[in-house]
Design a protein around this ligand. Structure first.
Ligand code: NAD
Length: 344
C-alpha cells in the first residue's frame, strides 16, 4: 500500500484542537497519509514569519495536497488573509462546499443536498482598493473571461462526474451588467457548447437567498462568483446545522487545500469543545480527491468508512455542543473511532 505525503497546517484558535482530533480518526481508520506539518496564520507570525510563510506554500506545491485548520486574520492594515493569499498564490480557483442534512442533526429542513461551487480568485477579492480622495475609498470588482470560463467548465465537469442534475448560477447581472454579465455569459456558453446534459438555471441572488431558506431542496449545484459564494456558503451551513458540519476544498490544476468553512472561533478556543466534524469531512474530501487523482482505492475505502462512522455517531446522538450535544472535541472523535468498520 502506498502512503501519500500531505501538508498539515494546524492553524489558530480551535485549529490545533480539531486537527489533532481529525488526525486520530484518520489514523484509526488506516488512512494512508503521512503528514508534513507547516505553519500559517498568527502562529507563523509569532514565530517571526509572515502569516503565510514561503516554505508552507512551497510544501503544498511539492506535495500537492494539504489539510488546513482555520487561520486567524490579524486585524489591522498590512495583513492579507492567509486564505485569500493561498488561493491566489497556488491558483486554487475552485472552492467546493458540499452541504447535506445529517441524521441526528435537527434543523428546519430535511434532505438538503447541495454543492456550492465558488470562484476563488477574483471578484471583489482581487484586492484592488484605492483611496480616491480624503472622502472616497473604492474597491474594484474584477471579472475575466478566463477565470469565469474556467470555473464554469470546472462546475459542469464536477456535476457530470458526480451525477448531479442541475447547476444554478446566483448573480446580480441586472445591476452589475458587465462583471456578473460576463460570469453568466461564460456559464451559458459552457453549458450550451460542452455540457447540455446538465440542466442550467439562473437566479438573481437576493431572490435566490429567499428561495434557499424557503425550500433548499429545489437546488442541486450552485455556481457563484467569489463574494456571493462566501456569503451563501455560511447561509447554507445554517440550513444543515451550522459551521461545524460543512467541509470545503480549494482546488487548482496541480494542488488542492482542504479546510472547513468555519474560522478559528476564538470565543471557544482552548476549551476542548469545538466540533471537529467539518474538518474531518474535509479530510474525507481529501481522501476522495487522492482516490480520483491518483487512482488509490484504499483512500476511497477509508473515506467511505469514516463517513459511515460519523453518520452513525450522529444518529446515535453523539454530538458536540454546537449541535445540541454534550461531548467535547476528543470524546466526539472517540465516538467516531468506536463506530469505524474494519477495512473491506
Ligand atoms: P468563526 O467561524 O471562527 O466563528 C463563528 C461562530 O461559529 C463562533 O461563535 C464560533 O464559536 C462558532 N464555530 C465556528 N467553528 C466551530 C466549530 N468547529 N465548532 C463549534 N463552534 C464553531 O468566524 P469568525 O468569528 O468570524 O472568525 C474568527 C477568525 O477566523 C477571524 O480571524 C477570521 O478571519 C478567521 N477565519 C478563518 C477562516 C479560515 O481559515 N478558513 C474562515 C473564516 C474565518
Amino acid at each position: 500500500m502506498s502512503t501519500h505525503r500531505a501538508v498539515l497546517i494546524p492553524g489558530d484558535g480551535i485549529g490545533p484542537e480539531v486537527t489533532s482530533a481529525v488526525q486520530r480518526v484518520l489514523q484509526a481508520a488506516g488512512a494512508p497519509l503521512e503528514w508534513e506539518e507547516h505553519q500559517a496564520g498568527v502562529k507563523a507570525l509569532e514565530n517571526g514569519d509572515d502569516v503565510l510563510p514561503e516554505e508552507t506554500v512551497e510544501a503544498i506545491r511539492r506535495l500537492g495536497v494539504a489539510l488546513k485548520g482555520p487561520c486567524t486574520t490579524p486585524v489591522g492594515e498590512g495583513f492579507t488573509s492567509v486564505n485569500v493569499q493561498l488561493r491566489k498564490r497556488l491558483n486554487l480557483y475552485a472552492a467546493v462546499r458540499p452541504v447535506r442534512s445529517l441524521d441526528g442533526v435537527q434543523t428546519r429542513f430535511e434532505n438538503v443536498d447541495l454543492v456550492i461551487i465558488r470562484e476563488n480568485t477574483e471578484g471583489l477579492y482581487s484586492g484592488v482598493e484605492n483611496q480616491v480622495t480624503d472622502d472616497v475609498v473604492m474597491s474594484m470588482k474584477v471579472a475575466t473571461e478566463t477565470a469565469c470560463t474556467r470555473i464554469a467548465r470546472w462546475a459542469f465537469r464536477y456535476a457530470t462526474r458526480r451525477d448531479r442534475k442541475k447547476i444554478t448560477v446566483f448573480h446580480k447581472a441586472n445591476i452589475m451588467k458587465m462583471t456578473d454579465g460576463l460570469f453568466l455569459r461564460c456559464a451559458r456558453q459552457i453549458h450550451k457548447a460542452e455540457y447540455p446534459n446538465i440542466e442550467y438555471d439562473e437566479v438573481i441572488i437576493d431572490a435566490g437567498c429567499m428561495k434557499l431558506v424557503q425550500n433548499p431542496g429545489q437546488f442541486d449545484v450552485l455556481l457563484l462568483e467569489n463574494l456571493y459564494g462566501d456569503v451563501v456558503s455560511d447561509l447554507c451551513a445554517g440550513l444543515v446545522g451550522g459551521l461545524g458540519v460543512v467541509p470545503g476544498a480549494n482546488i487548482g490544476e496541480e494542488q488542492a487545500v482542504f479546510e472547513a468553512v468555519h474560522g478559528s472561533a476564538p470565543d471557544i478556543a482552548g476549551n476542548g469543545v469545538a466540533n471537529p466534524l467539518a474538518l474531518l469531512m474535509s479530510a474525507v474530501m481529501l481522501l476522495n480527491y487522492l482516490a480520483e487523482t491518483r487512482g488509490d482505492d484504499v483512500c476511497r475505502d477509508v473515506a467511505g468508512r469514516i463517513r459511515i462512522a460519523y453518520d452513525r455517531a450522529l444518529a446515535d446522538g453523539a454530538k458536540t455542543g454546537d449541535l445540541g450535544g454534550d461531548l467535547g472535541t476528543d470524546a466526539f472523535a472517540d465516538a467516531i473511532i468506536e463506530r469505524l468498520d474494519q477495512p473491506s
